[in-house]
Ligand binder design. Structure first.
Ligand code: SF4
Length: 266
């Protein structure tokens, strides 16, 4: 695709007119943006929105989060899932509290739990670095345009462009059923009208969530965070396997029969 200016202008105009108002889009504080990116990695936006303000009220800065214990951080994270993210976020803030913020996306990538996308997003939204933040949505949209995501970045408004491209992939150019009739990029898109809706995965081929170890891990962390001890609904053999995995990942500590969140008073 040659000459991206008209496409960029159309997508940015669509974004200006329709963007969802998220609290992390109203700030350039790298900590507030980092928290939003960690929370959003594997959790739906609606659930992140329920928890985000409370998190920032409790720990408004990287220094404040660095001073919290892992147990406190895991307890606040309950319900967001994939609990290791909470520990990595805290570890990243320990480094930031000690050394200050890295100045760019390359430096950010050295922080625990920060991959290329998260580093680029924080650098773009907080520092104004001209770098493409390429998440799954942007990768898919760019592929449908037959373009390299990095080459699409405009000369100005690049942070808005990153948000706009993600928003387009999340709301219009979706994986299963792109809505080309509503798409601001349709005039320039070689895939317009040509993407076949993907069939849904058959639910019967997947185990029920309650049968997965991910569910059991979440139950154990939630029960320990609530001070309830270990959940009784999980069969002993399964519980032992789950506890071993949690201990390996640093999410719990065991001392004989005593199990607790890391750093929690016993
Ligand atoms: S025209 Fe269709 S396939 Fe192309 S970017 Fe828009 S929604 Fe996606």
């Amino acid at each position: 695709m040659a000459g991206h200016e008209l496409l960029q202008a159309a997508v940015l105009a669509w974004y200006d007119a329709t963007a969802r108002d998220f609290p992390w889009r109203r700030t350039r504080d790298p900590y507030a943006i980092l928290v939003s990116e960690f929370m959003s990695q594997q959790t739906q936006i609606a659930r992140v929105l329920e928890r985000y303000d409370r998190w920032l009220a409790r720990w408004p800065t990287a220094q404040a989060l660095a001073a919290a214990t892992p147990a406190e951080v895991l307890t606040e994270w309950v319900g967001l899932g994939y609990n290791q993210r909470a520990l990595r976020l805290r570890e990243a803030c320990v480094i930031v509290a000690r050394d200050g913020w890295p100045g760019d996306s390359v430096g950010l990538r050295a922080l625990p739990g920060v991959g290329p996308y998260t580093a680029a997003a924080v650098a773009s939204f907080a520092f104004g670095e001209r770098v493409a933040a390429v998440d799954t949505n942007v990768r898919r949209v760019a592929a449908r345009w037959g373009a390299d995501p990095a080459a699409l970045l405009p000369a100005t408004r690049h942070a808005d462009w990153n948000q706009a491209a993600m928003e387009l992939g999340a709301r219009v150019c979706t994986a299963r059923a792109p809505r080309c009739g509503e798409c601001p990029a349709a005039s320039w898109c070689p895939s317009r009208g040509a993407v076949r809706p993907a069939p849904r995965a058959t639910p019967s081929s997947r185990p029920r969530f309650e049968e997965t170890d991910r569910w059991a891990r979440g139950r154990v962390i939630a029960a320990l965070a609530a001070g309830d001890g270990l959940p009784s609904r999980i069969a002993p053999q399964r519980l032992e396997r789950v506890l071993a995995g949690l201990e390996r990942d640093g999410l719990i500590e065991r001392d004989g029969p005593t199990v607790g969140l890391p750093g929690a008073p016993r």
